[in-house]
Design a binder for this molecule. Structure first.
Ligand SMILES: Cc1cc2nc3c(=O)[nH]c(=O)nc-3n(C[C@H](O)[C@H](O)[C@H](O)COP(=O)(O)OP(=O)(O)OC[C@H]3O[C@@H](n4cnc5c(N)ncnc54)[C@H](O)[C@@H]3O)c2cc1C
Length: 320
């Protein structure tokens, strides 16, 4: 049976998302009676090479220099055409979301986004994903091979280690395009000390109801006391009050904290789609009928300008 390929980025290391992709890949490969082949895009360090070699049957490194979608797509296409995989699995980062459908098209396969479970049924890959902003689940059978799926990677357990494995790590032989149709004008690197929102245990998130960027400073104080990370609704990000990387929801990040505190966030279905895996949701909203309260374990119907300072004072007092 043909390989199952997992595509990982060297820049991310063998993080929790990569581990989830590897775990999903290993189980699908076992179902297919196939090998798990990891493709690492970029130049991985020794730790990542060792970690991936410990879970995959083969590792190919595609060092394409600075990331450029078309070049990455060309590299992945060439590797996949050589290996003719049954499935190609990617993580739910922005690059993979952009790559997956185009890769499927170039390989003559099928693509599906945001997979939460994978199965092989009568030789076809089936993917479960949530639809209608998380209100229902769909099972999609991918008719054409390879199945190219980007996964909500943290929904999958990591791959088991194979300490005895002697996995070959090989550089890919690639014929990369020298001209591409897009030009990168500027690269902005996110603050390196910012931990991944997807891994946060506690999140304090602000919405358009805050009214301006300044109240986010107050929320930051609350987040500092709680050891939380900051996030926001799309409306707050689109207003330019906070960076787009803070956006939680259907077109933002999917988070799974122990506590998600939504401040002045309405609870639109597109926002809720990003927090359905949160263990506890709490909200502060002036409108008792705001839909966020239907998802909440704890809710406070009040102006955030009254509640947030009180919470900060109370939590500080408790800490002392
Ligand atoms: C295809 C598509 C994808 C989308 N993807 C996303 C996504 O990924 N993430 C996302 O968040 N949205 C997404 N949206 C947008 C989404 O539909 C909502 O427009 C957005 O979530 C609204 O943000 P909000 O709740 O901050 O703002 P609003 O809807 O304006 O809600 C503000 C809330 O603040 C409350 N409020 C006002 N003043 C106060 C106060 N003083 N104290 C306390 N509460 C107060 C109000 O009662 C209200 O409930 C998407 C939309 C589409 C069409």
């Amino acid at each position: 049976m043909n390989d199952v390929i997992i595509s990982l980025f060297a820049s991310a290391g063998y993080d929790r998302a990569a581990q989830g992709v590897a775990g999903a890949g290993r189980r699908l490969a076992a179902d297919c009676g196939a090998q798990l082949h990891a493709v690492i895009i970029g130049a991985p360090d020794a730790a990542m090479k060792a970690a991936v070699a410990a879970v995959a049957d083969a590792v190919t490194i595609a060092d394409i220099g600075d990331y450029q979608t078309e070049i990455c797509l060309s590299a992945l296409t060439q590797i996949c055409k050589t290996l003719a995989p049954q499935a190609v699995l990617l993580s739910n980062d922005f690059y993979s979301q952009e790559l997956a459908p185009r890769l499927a098209h170039r390989l003559g396969g099928s693509a599906v986004a945001d997979g939460l479970a994978l199965n092989l049924v009568e030789g076809k890959v089936r993917v479960n994903r949530s639809v209608y902003g998380g209100k229902a689940m769909a099972t999609i059978e991918l008719q054409r091979s390879p199945a190219v799926v980007w996964l909500r990677a943290r929904a999958f357990d990591p791959a088991p280690l194979r300490p005895e494995a002697t996995t070959a790590i090989q550089p890919a032989t690639l014929d990369l395009p020298t001209r591409v149709s897009t030009t990168i004008i500027e690269r902005k690197v996110e603050a390196g000390d910012e931990a991944r929102l997807e891994d946060a245990k506690v999140i304090v998130s602000g919405g358009r109801g805050l009214g301006s960027p300044e109240p986010f400073n107050e929320l930051q104080k609350l987040a500092n006391i709680l050891g939380a990370q900051m996030a926001a609704s799309r409306a707050a990000c689109d207003a330019g009050w906070v960076p787009p990387s803070w956006q939680v929801g259907q077109t933002g990040k999917k988070v799974a904290p122990g506590l998600y505190l939504a401040v002045a966030i309405h609870g639109a279905s597109q926002h809720l789609a990003g927090i359905s895996d949160a263990k506890n949701i709490a909200a502060i909203n002036i409108d008792k009928d705001a839909p966020i309260f239907k998802q909440c374990r704890f809710g406070i119907v009040e102006d955030y300008r009254k509640v947030v300072p009180l919470l900060i004072a109370r939590l500080n007092a408790l800490k002392k």
